[in-house]
Design a binder for this molecule. Structure first.
Ligand SMILES: Nc1nc2c(ncn2[C@@H]2O[C@H](COP(=O)(O)OP(=O)(O)OP(=O)(O)O)[C@@H](O)[C@H]2O)c(=O)[nH]1
Length: 286
C-alpha cells in the first residue's frame, strides 16, 4: 500500500501528472472500492477529469454487500456514467471493460473508421486513490505485459501502453490521486477498509467505528464471528469493545481489541459489507 502523505504540494503535483496524461487518452477508468464507493473517490475528480468519458469501476466487489453494490451501480448510471462492478483480484481477464468502453465510444470509433483508420482503437488510463486496486485492474486487463511506445503525433515519447486487445490499450502506470479527508467518517471508512496508512489514524477510534457499524448494519455477522449472545449485542458499542477486550485477554488494552476488529473486518471475518449507500449522499452533492 502506498504510504503517501498528502501535503498540498504533493496534491498539486499528482493533479498535474494526471492532467498531463489525460491528454493522451480517450477515456478514464475511475477505480473505487465497492465497500466505500464515494469515500474512496478523489474529491476533485470531476474537475480534474472534466468532460473526458469515464467508466466508474467498482472494484473489490467480492468484499462488498452485493445488494448495495447494485444500488451504487444504479446511482452512478443515473448520474450519467457507465459503471461496472468487478473483482480484479480473482478475475483473470477483465474483458467487460474494453467491451463497455467500445459500446460507450461507438461514435468515436465509427468516426475513426470513416476517416479510413484501419484499426480504430481506444486508449484509457486508470485513476484512483491509493489501494483501491488500480495496479491489479491494470494487470488483469492486459494480455501480457506488452509495452508499446506511444507513436501518435504529440504523444510523450516512451509512453508505455499495455494492450488489452486489438482495439484497447491502457497506460502502463495508473494515476494516483489523494483521498477525501473532509470529515471524520470518511477517514474512518477509509481506515477500516485499509485505504489509508495505518500510521495516520487512531486504531481505537476506527475500531469502535467498525464495531458500531457492524453491530447496527450486520448484527448477525458480528454475532456469529465473535460468538456473541443477545445481552452482548444489546450493549453500547464502547461497552461491547470493553467486553471483547476482556474476552480476548487484552484486559484494559482496548486498543488491541480495536485493532483486532479492524483486522477482522479487512480479512472478511464479518462477510462482505458496504459502509455507505447512495442515500447517505442526500444533500451532499458535489
Ligand atoms: N479482495 C480483493 N482484493 C483486491 C481486489 N483488487 C485488488 N485487491 C487487493 O487490494 C490491494 C491493493 O491493490 P493494488 O492493485 O496494489 O492497489 P493500487 O490502487 O494500485 O494501490 P497503490 O499502489 O497503493 O496506489 C492488494 O492487496 C490487492 O491484492 C479485488 O477485486 N478484490
Amino acid at each position: 500500500m502506498a504510504q503517501i502523505q498528502w501535503f498540498p504540494g504533493h496534491m498539486a503535483k499528482a493533479r498535474n501528472q494526471v492532467q498531463e496524461k489525460l491528454k493522451l487518452v480517450d477515456l478514464v477508468l475511475e477505480i473505487v472500492d465497492s465497500r466505500v464507493p464515494e469515500a474512496s473517490r478523489n474529491p476533485m475528480m470531476n474537475q480534474i477529469v472534466g468532460q473526458k468519458p469515464r467508466i466508474m469501476v467498482l472494484n473489490k466487489k467480492d468484499l462488498a454487500d452485493p445488494q448495495k453494490t447494485a444500488e451504487w451501480l444504479a446511482y452512478y448510471r443515473k448520474q450519467g456514467y457507465e459503471a461496472i462492478a468487478i473483482d480484479a483480484q480473482h478475475a483473470r481477464r477483465l474483458q467487460q471493460i474494453p467491451q463497455l468502453a467500445r459500446q460507450m465510444m461507438k461514435a468515436k470509433l465509427e468516426k475513426q473508421k470513416s476517416r479510413g483508420i484501419r484499426n480504430p482503437g481506444l486508449r484509457a488510463m486508470c485513476i484512483g486513490i491509493p489501494n483501491v486496486g488500480k495496479s491489479t485492474v491494470l494487470n488483469r486487463l492486459v494480455k501480457k505485459n506488452i509495452a508499446v511506445t506511444g507513436n501518435r503525433p504529440g504523444v510523450t515519447k516512451n509512453q508505455q501502453w499495455l494492450t488489452a486487445d486489438d482495439t484497447f490499450q491502457v497506460l502502463d502506470t495508473p494515476g494516483i490521486l489523494w483521498p477525501k479527508f473532509e470529515d471524520e467518517s470518511v477517514g474512518n471508512k477509509l481506515a477500516l477498509t485499509g485505504a489509508i496508512a495505518d500510521t495516520v489514524y487512531q486504531a481505537d477510534t476506527v475500531g469502535l467505528f467498525g464495531l458500531t457499524f457492524f453491530q447496527q448494519g450486520y448484527p448477525q455477522a458480528l454475532r456469529k464471528a465473535y460468538g456473541l449472545n443477545d445481552d452482548d449485542m444489546a450493549q453500547k458499542p464502547a461497552d461491547l469493545m470493553i467486553a471483547l477486550s476482556q474476552k480476548w485477554g487484552y484486559g484494559e488494552e482496548y486498543n488491541r481489541a480495536a485493532e483486532r476488529v479492524i483486522f477482522d473486518a479487512r480479512q472478511g471475518k464479518f462477510g462482505p459489507f458496504t459502509l455507505e449507500v447512495p442515500g447517505d449522499l442526500d444533500g451532499h452533492a458535489e
